[in-house]
Design a binder for this molecule. Structure first.
Ligand SMILES: Nc1nc2c(c(=O)[nH]1)N[C@H]1C(S)=C(S)[C@@H](COP(=O)(O)OP(=O)(O)OC[C@H]3O[C@@H](n4cnc5c(=O)[nH]c(N)nc54)[C@H](O)[C@@H]3O)O[C@H]1N2
Ligand SMILES: Nc1nc2c(c(=O)[nH]1)N[C@H]1C(S)=C(S)[C@@H](COP(=O)(O)OP(=O)(O)OC[C@H]3O[C@@H](n4cnc5c(=O)[nH]c(N)nc54)[C@H](O)[C@@H]3O)O[C@H]1N2
Ligand SMILES: [Mo]
Length: 772
């Protein structure tokens, strides 16, 4: 008889491959439960097709392979979720008070369906009530015109906004007078942007998707593509099939980095075959990647010394001399770092590091990819610098099959930046805006996410406008962020679906329902397409295919134009004329944003066009006109002093991550198939030795309290312990349920990104929720 476990009800280790029948079954489930199944067959088949829409899921690129099906399991969830038949209308809000809705889960809120009409919060009744579009715009215009300074408004963007919407949004905010652009990327790949600009002079990845076909080795750091970028599995699978190397560095053994059964490969499906997705798998401790890369470089130095004796070389000295600066200091820094420190911080063995270095040294072309496991730590920028140094030492930048590949999150987060969503805009952009539109844009830097929260908390900012996203739930220190939003005179949420941010209202609060990627966007001159940019700097068009569920929904560009017109009149453009035909917006983009010449003609090509990448072409936009190898000491501790000074034997370091059934704060379901979790989100993955050492038992409910020196208690309750293969001293739990634990001031050096992958916590026996 098998042993009974306290976790049996919600945890059963999953031993299948990624993809496979499980993916098909799940795709079918989300399709059938969309409330719109018949309509959505066509919707799904239009995903990522030349004349269809860009998948609202991730920012992975398109491989130029013909085929009828270009979506993955999680893309299908995203599509069916948006293209639901359920609606949240005036009757819904009349029935449910805001306080009652606030008590519901994030899953419940979004499941209710698409927002269909503009609503205004009535504090007397605690209900949202319908408001006419013109009245909503007038309220925004009056409020904005009545402030003491334009810097009292926060213009938030989530990375689904199209290029056209983002361009109009930044034009509106700058013509109004502020650079306050808190953006989801401040919580996401900011460290990649900062790290890459400061080393290679451009804040974007340097590879194209075709480079993967030519890479001898791909190093994957801190990402879980099986869930978050499933189409990348296809690419990794091809690398392996070509007999090349894939080295994975991940604190967890993620099934989506181990083996893959391609749902579109009949042979694999019918024979239950699969392809391994890596040739080596390393499990560093949280925050250990910089140390791991440093160890690799330490081995490379030794290999270089040996090679020189034979008259050979491991480093690409010609490349280094011509294109880089700072190598000597960097190598001295590496030599000065002890093996003891490298092994302690990385959690890897010396043999593992040597084996990775040998693969690196033998490969003629290497791509390094990474995501949140690298970018959400205190020392994320130094880690990105370290990865870039590794690449530069063998000239792995700007040659086929080689380069840096930060794998972006939201489907157009990269494009939004290209369009000027940036609280620290380049002077060249502002000069261009001044020249083209004849107004003087603000030159002072604005607020990113964390400074925006501080400003609202302190009463310095008084209006929050969210172009998509879920600010209240996605940001750190949830009670502080909620207070910040409640302090505002006005909160405006431009959204497709109901979420937590609608329920955390300013004195005035508006919900403005918008069209999504899948919807047909009909304007005066006919149906419009928009454009997006993927992780590989490819810009392409996206056109919706579904009749919108309500005539009251408006497109994002139309909503921005409405707010701008009500605030600024026809300054500096005739906003409404632009909305009649988005080609007109693209003509302005072509004049202002580099790389977009002949935008409207270029976008007509199926598959879109490539924006180019200066570093790939060995043009280095840095002060020295060279790629810079930065040298940082390994951090003394991966935590901030405010946490590190209070450590005890009971302190654990926690990462917050995504389950397989969620898209950021959008919870599609309660399962995490590849990690074996069913019908539960409040779990803590913990090393069995820690479980025993700390005197807890499997399945026990605990409270998680974070360790920080400001005297404030940050705690979440009722999480169940799941023994899991995870390095000792590390734990993992899902976001956004754990966001209350991330102190607002716990941010990355240089990046200001919340340290969502390294939070010092202690576990305590569950305290039942306190009565207020
Ligand atoms: N289906 C789906 N797709 C998505 C999203 C989604 O929520 N759902 N979100 C989108 C967005 S906005 C983003 S930014 C991306 C996020 O994509 P990911 O970065 O893959 O997202 P996370 O779930 O945060 O996963 C982090 C991974 O890094 C590992 N990790 C954590 N810390 C460390 C570390 O210190 N070192 C190493 N080596 N590994 C570490 C974790 O074990 C986990 O596998 O996905 C995008 N795509
Ligand atoms: N603890 C912790 N916190 C994190 C992270 C983490 O790993 N751990 N990850 C961070 C990362 S990487 C990111 S990117 C942020 C995400 O932060 P956000 O981008 O703010 O959050 P999302 O959950 O993606 O936003 C979901 C909402 O967007 C709206 N929406 C969806 N599609 C559209 C559209 O087409 N138009 C408009 N206008 N609205 C739309 C819907 O109303 C939906 O409820 O969270 C960050 N927060
Ligand atoms: Mo992200």
């Amino acid at each position: 008889m098998s042993e009974k476990h306290a976790t049996d009800a919600y945890y059963k280790p999953y031993d299948g491959p990624a993809g496979g029948w499980g993916a098909l079954k799940s795709t079918q489930h989300f399709w059938l439960s969309s409330g719109n199944a018949t309509r959505n067959v066509r919707t799904l088949l239009n995903t990522n097709q030349p004349h269809g829409f860009d998948c609202p899921g991730c920012a992975w690129g398109e491989q130029h392979k013909p085929g009828m099906v270009r979506f993955c399991e999680n893309g299908a969830k995203a599509v069916n979720w948006e293209a639901t038949g359920r609606t949240v209308d005036a009757a819904f809000f009349a029935k449910h008070s805001v306080s009652a809705l606030y008590a519901q889960s994030d899953y419940f809120l979004e499941y209710q369906g698409r927002l269909t009409e503009p609503m205004r919060y009535n504090p007397n009744t605690d209900h949202y009530e319908p408001i006419a579009w013109d009245d909503a715009f007038a309220l925004i215009g009056e409020t904005l015109r009545g402030l003491d300074s334009p810097d009292q408004v926060e213009f938030y963007t989530s990375g689904r906004a199209s290029n056209e919407a983002a361009f109009l949004y930044q034009l509106f905010a700058r013509a109004y007078g502020t650079n306050n652009f808190p953006d989801c990327s401040n919580m996401c790949h900011e460290a990649s942007g900062y790290g890459l600009i400061s080393s290679i002079g451009i804040g974007k990845g340097t590879v194209s998707i075709d480079d993967f076909e030519q890479a001898d080795a791909v190093f994957v750091f801190g990402q879980n593509p099986g869930t978050n970028h499933p189409r990348m599995l296809d690419t990794l699978r091809d690398v392996i099939k070509h007999g090349k190397q894939v080295l994975c560095f991940n604190t967890l053994k993620e099934r989506g980095l181990e083996r893959f059964q391609h749902p579109q490969n009949p042979l694999e499906m019918l024979t239950n075959g699969f392809t391994p997705l890596n040739t080596a798998y390393f499990t560093p401790k949280l925050g250990g990647d910089m140390a791991a890369v440093r160890g690799i470089v330490k081995v490379l130095i030794a290999l270089e010394e040996e090679a020189q004796q034979r008259g050979e070389q491991v480093f690409d000295h010609a490349f280094i001399a011509e294109h880089t600066q700072g190598m000597d200091d960097y190598l001295a820094q590496v030599k000065a770092t002890s093996w003891e420190k490298i092994l302690e911080q990385s959690g890897l063995t010396r043999e593992e590091i040597v084996s990775a270095a040998q693969v690196y040294a033998k490969a003629d072309s290497v791509i390094c990819t990474w995501a949140m496991g690298v970018t959400q730590h205190k020392h994320s920028v130094p880690t990105v610098h370290e990865i870039v140094n590794l690449l530069l030492l063998r000239g792995n930048l700007g040659k086929p099959g080689a380069g840096a590949c930060p794998v972006r999150g939201h489907s157009n987060v990269q494009g939004d930046r290209t369009m000027g969503i940036n609280e620290k805009p380049a002077a060249a952009l502002l000069d261009k805006l001044a020249e083209r539109f004849g107004f003087e844009p603000p030159r002072n830097h604005g607020h990113a996410v964390v400074p925006a929260i501080h400003a609202m908390l302190e009463g310095k900012s008084r209006v929050f406008i969210g172009l998509g996203g879920n600010f209240a739930a996605a940001t750190p220190d949830t009670p502080a962020t909620e207070q910040a939003l409640r302090n505002c005179d006005l909160t405006v949420q431009i959204s497709t679906k109901l979420n937590r941010s609608h329920l955390v209202t300013g004195k005035n609060a508006l919900i403005l329902p918008c069209l999504g990627r899948t919807d047909i966007d009909m304007q005066a001159t006919g149906s419009q397409h928009v454009t997006v940019e993927d992780s590989f700097s490819m810009v392409h068009a996206s056109s919706g295919v579904l009749e919108p569920l309500s005539l009251e929904m408006r497109s994002e560009p139309a909503i921005i134009a409405g707010m701008a017109k009500a605030t600024l009149g026809n300054h500096p453009v005739n906003w409404m004329e632009l909305i009649e035909d988005y080609d007109r917006i693209r003509d302005l983009i072509a004049e202002v944003i580099p790389g977009f010449t002949d935008f409207n003609q270029q976008i007509a090509q199926p598959g879109g066009f490539y924006l180019g990448n200066s570093a790939r072409e060995h043009r280095w936009n840095t002060p020295a006109s060279k790629a810079i190898m930065h040298s940082h000491e390994l951090p003394r501790h991966i935590l901030h002093d405010a946490a590190a000074e209070h450590l005890t034997d009971a302190t654990l370091i926690m990462q917050t991550l995504r389950s397989h059934d969620q898209y950021n704060t959008t919870i599609y379901g309660l399962n995490d198939r590849y990690r074996g979790i069913k019908n539960e989100r409040k779990v803590v993955f913990i090393n069995p030795a820690d479980l025993e050492r700390l005197g807890f038992s499997e399945g026990q409910e605990v409270s998680i309290r974070s360790v920080w020196n400001d005297g404030q208690e940050r705690r979440v309750d009722g999480f169940k312990l799941v023994p899991y293969s995870i390095p000792a001293g590390n734990v993992a739990a899902y976001y956004p349920e754990t966001n209350p634990l991330v102190p607002l001031t716990s941010v990355g050096d240089y990046s200001n990104t919340p340290t969502s992958k390294s939070i010092a916590v202690v576990l305590e026996p569950h305290q039942s929720a306190r009565i207020a």
